[in-house]
Write a protein of this length. Structure first.
Length: 443
């Protein structure tokens, strides 16, 4: 058992026993109520998942085990002389619940390097697909193609105790995360660079090696990828990719099945595809206004036109947040540090100066502030990374860190399969009538 797995066992197994005792003592307590609007509206706001890795506060934003993104940018280990935290550090924090040391991060880097060999049949499968296959489709299929290496699936077939499920899920999670940069870079080079692949560099960290294999030869690009893969790693348990991964994993599907299903969720325009839509909207605005550097007044008018046409301003709004996404601010700070004169980034900042006020004036938008997607595409375009259909794959590589840490905890806690009840529309109308009748004063 490796040292990280030992630390996880020492931390998680006592908490699993505590959770069982807590549920036995307090499981009958009523947490809250929900409304018909929440039933129809996608269960938004209903507290129905247990997730320890991160928490999302409408006003404070995302925190990872109690640490905000600004705190993590300061406290997580970096490469010598670097300004961006290493994603290995946030994975350690989510899994163990404590800030890692330099030694902890070095161990994970080395461990992921050791586990990173991708079976040849995965590449053969990808090479059999049409070149115009969407990168997210290729990514999901490649994850599934690795499923025959699942240690959990093999152990379950042999017959194992429920108490040991987490051990094999941990092994799958570590192997899967380790392989993803190689798989994702292969898809990128195959699809957009005529199959001219770049071999891994074993002396680089996880994100640095990914950047290297993508083939963008700029030292600050590696730093940007470390930041990108850190801040996209997790967003509590209710977002689409995390929830889908959890749901599939709760059926005891192995981590490869679970993560592939999460990636399929991430591919939707209401989730990970949004960063691509932001860039498309900006380009349409530039074309419509006839300038690459519109004024704030021109931006305001274009936003009003977008709203008048009953269209959304992509990158603005969030299901939970009610303030500027700290992940947006982290990317803005990076850009202002490395390339403050970048025209597209400056345009993103102009939109930020205008959009919240205009959107807020409508009175219909709960959160008029930018989310993470409002800025990420501009960072990528600065480096000439203009293959927009690939952007969500980058998101998926990062999100593996959070959902795999969550899956390890779900299995060590012994969380059951997720099976919410449902209600018919007719029954819902009868329920509403009964509630209204009970609340009406009698004459």
């Amino acid at each position: 058992m490796d040292i990280l797995k030992q630390k996880f066992a020492a931390k998680a197994l006592p908490l699993a026993q505590e959770l069982k005792a807590f549920n036995k003592e307090s499981g009958h307590l009523v947490v809250g109520e929900y409304t018909i609007d929440q039933i129809i509206g996608g269960m938004k706001g209903i507290k129905g998942l247990l997730t320890d890795t991160s928490a999302l506060d409408p006003e404070l934003g995302i925190s990872f085990r109690g640490y905000s993104i600004p705190e993590l940018r300061e406290k997580l280990p970096r490469i010598p002389g670097g300004i961006s935290p290493l994603p290995e550090g946030i994975f350690y924090l989510m899994l163990i619940g404590e800030l890692p040391t330099e030694e902890d991060v070095q161990f994970i880097s080395a461990e992921w390097q050791r586990r990173s060999n991708v079976p040849e049949h995965v590449f053969a499968m990808l090479n059999g697909l049409p070149l115009d296959t969407h990168p997210m489709t290729q990514f999901s299929m490649a994850i599934l193609a690795m499923q025959n290496d699942s240690e959990f699936a093999a152990a379950y077939e042999r017959g194992i105790s429920k108490d040991t499920y987490w051990e094999y899920v941990y092994e799958d999670a570590m192997n899967l995360i380790a392989r993803l940069p190689r798989v994702a870079a292969y898809i990128y080079r195959r699809t957009f660079h005529n199959g001219h692949h770049i071999e891994p560099e074993p002396n680089l960290d996880w994100a640095g090696n990914f950047a290297h294999m993508l083939g963008i030869d700029n030292p600050s690009f590696k730093s940007m990828m470390r930041l990108y893969l850190t801040i996209h790693a997790d967003h509590e348990g209710g977002n689409g990719s995390a929830h889908t991964t959890h749901l599939t994993g709760s059926m005891l599907s192995d981590p490869y099945y679970a993560f592939s299903s999460g990636i399929n969720s991430l591919a939707g325009p209401l989730h990970g595809l949004a960063n691509q839509e932001v860039i498309g909207w900006i380009f349409k605005m530039q074309k419509a206004l006839g300038t690459e550097s519109p004024t704030e007044a021109e931006i305001e008018q274009y936003i009003r036109t977008t709203l008048a046409n009953k269209q959304v301003v992509p990158g603005y709004g969030h299901a939970v947040l009610r303030r500027t996404d700290p992940r947006f601010l982290a990317q803005q700070d990076f850009a202002k540090t490395y390339f403050p004169d970048d025209n597209l980034c400056q345009l993103v900042w102009k939109i930020y100066n205008v959009a919240p006020r205009v959107l807020g004036e409508t009175g219909k938008i709960k959160n008029p502030f930018p989310n993470v997607d409002a800025h990420s595409g501009a960072l990528l375009l600065h480096y000439g990374f203009n293959e927009y259909t690939y952007y969500t794959v980058l998101f998926g590589v990062s999100r593996a860190l959070g959902v795999m840490a969550q899956l390890c905890w779900s299995r060590v806690y012994g969380l059951p399969l997720e099976r919410p009840g449902s209600i018919t529309f007719d029954a819902l109308k009868k329920l509403a009538a009964k509630i209204n009748e009970a609340s009406t004063p009698k004459a």
